[in-house]
Design a protein around this ligand. Sequence first.
Ligand code: SAH
Length: 221
Amino acid sequence: MEDESAKYARQRREMVQRQIRARGITDPKVLEAMAAVPRHLFVGEALVDQAYGDFPLPIGEQQTISQPYIVAEMTQALALSEEDRVLEIGTGSGYQAAVLAQIAYRVYTVERVHSLYMKTRRLFDRLKYHNIVTRYADGTEGWKEEGPFDAIIVTAGAPAVPEPLISQLGPAGRMVIPVGDRYSQELVKLYRDEHGINRSTLGGCRFVKLVGEHGWKAEEN
Ligand code: SAH
């Protein structure tokens, strides 16, 4: 009989083929990372058997772990190399951070909900993700002491790109962030070159709200 870890490894390979590769994700580093990270360990016990499905899932505190394809699309857009230092805003379950950590040198991830911060921090320890650094704070301020970053990813929807994040984006830095209203957003990609910031869009998406000083105000929830 197939053991548990073999079962989930098979589900992951199928996820990569049918959801990720089939929809045009080609970066081998991204495909490998998605095939490696045990997504079922980043969701609650009751949802383990749905972990590799083609949809987001609830992770408590009214937050969600993104659909696998969105994680792959945003990761590919960052064009990461193994020397890169990446800032993530919205740690949540930790799954996106783990995918980034598989490729990049170090991941700095910020979460504003204390219970999620604590829970995910413990999970990173248990799974031995030693190149992920966590912080409990309002991520719309970025992480000034550790910046500038080669890449920045925001995994909650913002009304506009927070100014502190733009200023913490280093030379040739890439940022992906969902921007829009509370119901739907567009994935925006920013790229800094010698002339300044270039902006393009990747398509529609739907994220929970980025709440903070340079995001949505808490009372608008
Ligand atoms: N990357 C996560 C997605 C979690 S959902 C994953 O892979 O599971 C978005 C997360 O952003 C939530 O946990 C929410 O609490 C957090 N968030 C919202 N506003 C934030 C802010 N200003 N700073 C840090 N985290 C924030």
